[in-house]
Design a protein around this ligand. Structure first.
Ligand code: UTP
Length: 277
């Protein structure tokens, strides 16, 4: 039902400097896999096979990662190391990768707007921010959970989690009524509110299902917090004129855009995989 997924990946990743000076943040590895590959695998698990990546200057490693490396293939042919490429080979075979550039860092709303040439304006699509690495112990990825919900509500959906009230200033925060267990009808959304001024502690994380009318809304949205075009503001407008659902997802999210979250994710996957070595 939803076959396309956007990956906004144009940010500078300044919290990881100097590592991100010449390398995209999305290529930082958690164990041996770059962050963006985890995101692509989550999208595939949800049934997507067209991946639209919004890149910027200095992001060529992402394009190369999702392409065949003939020299490398030749070099390791016949050795045991060949199997290390099995997963990425399978991804390349099963998916189509498309790319566009966001020339100026004007915010997530602008990055998603640039992605309209990749996902078209006819169908709903997923959005994954690869620096939010999500895992689910019972095997159903967050995007897959959201797509199931989409079949019921047929509107834009944001994934949310409860955060410490002192941390609301790092997130888009929603206000809404709980209409079923863990599912909220959004009535308001605020980007990075001041502590004490937030409508709740329900924070939006980097997973969205968007209906294509969002592009018309973004076009009319003015720059907001920090002078950036915020997807939160566009979604707030969409909620007021129609319907947006917020969904408390099942699973765990690591904020790999921060050093602490990245280390937590690394430790988590190390523990999970150390016996398979
Ligand atoms: P962040 O603000 O977390 O990413 O944006 P950043 O700017 O790369 O990181 P820092 O703060 O400098 O360390 C969340 C996501 O939105 C994308 C980023 O690539 C990241 O995946 N983004 C943000 C864009 O693609 N374009 C933008 O203009 C802003």
């Amino acid at each position: 039902m939803i076959s396309r997924c956007l990956f906004p990946a144009a940010g500078y990743g300044t919290r990881f400097l100097p590592a991100t000076k010449a390398m995209p943040k999305e290529m930082l590895p958690v164990l041996t896999k770059p962050l963006i590959q985890y995101g692509v695998e989550e999208a595939m698990d949800a049934g997507c096979d067209v991946m639209g990546i919004i890149t910027g200057r200095g992001k060529r490693a992402i394009t190369d990662h999702f392409d065949v490396s003939y020299e490398l293939e030749h070099q390791i042919k016949g050795s045991k190391k060949e199997e290390l490429l099995d997963d990425i080979r399978d991804i390349i075979k099963r998916c189509t990768f498309t790319y566009t550039r966001q020339n100026e860092m004007k915010g997530l709303g602008d990055a998603i707007y640039k992605g309209r040439v990749l996902v078209g304006e006819q169908e709903p699509f997923g959005v994954i921010l690869a620096d939010d690495l999500c895992v689910n112990s019972n095997g159903e990825g967050v995007l897959k959970q959201m797509i199931s919900l989409y079949s019921k509500y047929k509107c834009s959906i944001v994934a949310i989690m409860e955060v410490d009230p002192n941390d609301v200033g790092k997130y888009g925060i929603i206000e809404g009524n709980e209409i079923e267990n863990g599912v909220y009808m959004v009535s308001n959304m605020v980007e990075k509110p001041d502590v004490g001024n937030a409508p709740s502690n329900l924070a939006v994380i980097g997973r969205y299902i968007l209906t294509p009318d969002i592009f018309d809304v973004i076009k009319e949205t003015k720059a907001g917090k920090n002078g950036e075009l915020q997807i939160t503001d566009a979604l707030c407008e969409q909620a007021k004129n129609g319907m947006v659902i917020a969904y408390k997802f099942q699973g765990q999210r690591f904020d790999c855009g921060s050093v602490d979250g990245f280390v937590d994710a690394t430790n988590y996957f190390y523990e999970l995989n150390k016996d398979n070595k």
